[in-house]
Design a protein around this ligand. Structure first.
Ligand code: SF4
Length: 278
């Protein structure tokens, strides 16, 4: 029966950090992710999924259903109306396709270890996969917040689930100057004001190591973050006006930084090498 229960959407939000950061990484990738799907007349073979993204997506789905059931229990609701995480993971993996099915056993092991590591939580679940929005100089920045919790102190924290293959020192450092955390901080302050305690990275690895850590302070970059969003929005507007829906017209930033990021190779590499086939 549980397979028929609706699955909580843990995907990217419409105008999230991923949307703006993609054009800054490479306008050509922005074209394939956000322009082409709107004009494609038949299903496209372009898939944004890389191995790390597939792993992260399945893990997010498990966590979303786990904490939604916890919220239901705490509020006297029927938790069985929320799909069990183990079932939701399988559904998420099959939606991703071959790559998802391949990653599923690894994430199942990670999930099982996560439950052993955190059998009881000290916080109260406030919301799961909560849509939120803030305006930056009239530009929408949205997010689907993984998890919002209230600690016994009464302070509210945003938990951002992250996964990686291994726990290396640079893994946590990478989130210090990450646009997503600055966006989440803006949203947290907008939603909860002084009650907001910050963003906590809830990190898990394929080796089943875990860490929960508040983002290190980065006040200078936090002040500059609105400039990043306004620049990206202006770039999107100008490229859309100039290049329309023609992939040949959209510029590219081919470099080892853009084409081979920390989350794997850009999925558009085959297209960029030979050109679109349709
Ligand atoms: S392969 Fe490189 S140049 Fe092509 S879309 Fe991806 S990041 Fe841009």
């Amino acid at each position: 029966m549980s397979a028929a229960l609706p699955i909580i959407d843990s995907g990217p939000s419409e105008r999230g950090w991923s949307y703006y950061s993609t054009v800054l990484r490479c306008p050509q990738l922005f074209y394939w992710k956000y322009v082409y799907p709107k004009i494609a007349t038949r299903p496209t073979t372009f898939s944004d999924y890389t191995e790390p993204l597939a792993r992260g997506t399945i893990f997010h789905v498990a966590a979303a259903h786990h904490y939604a059931r916890m919220w239901a229990r705490a509020h006297g609701k029927n938790e069985d109306l929320v799909c069990p995480p183990e079932v939701a993971m399988k559904i998420a993996a099959s939606k991703i396709g071959e790559l998802g099915e391949e990653r599923l056993p690894i994430v199942q092991a990670m999930w099982s270890a996560y439950l052993q590591r955190y059998p009881v939580e000290t916080f109260e679940v406030v919301a799961v996969e909560q849509p939120a929005e803030v305006l930056i100089e009239g530009i929408r920045l949205t997010a689907r917040i993984d998890l919002i919790v209230k600690e016994p102190t009464g302070r509210i924290f945003i938990y951002d689930h992250k996964s990686s293959a291994r726990m290396e020192s640079k893994v946590m450092r990478r989130y210090t100057l990450h646009g997503q955390r600055f966006g989440l901080e803006l949203l947290g302050r907008k939603l909860y004001g002084d009650q907001f305690g910050g963003v906590v990275i809830n990190h898990i690895t394929e080796d089943c190591e875990f860490i929960r850590k508040s983002s290190e302070p980065a006040p200078w970059m936090a002040r500059k973050f609105p400039l990043t969003i306004t620049l990206a929005a202006a770039l999107i507007e100008s490229l859309t006006a100039k290049c329309g829906t023609d992939p040949d017209a959209w510029p590219a930033f081919p470099s080892d930084q853009s084409c081979y990021g920390p989350y794997g190779a850009c999925p558009a590499i085959p297209i960029c090498q030979w050109g679109p086939t349709t």
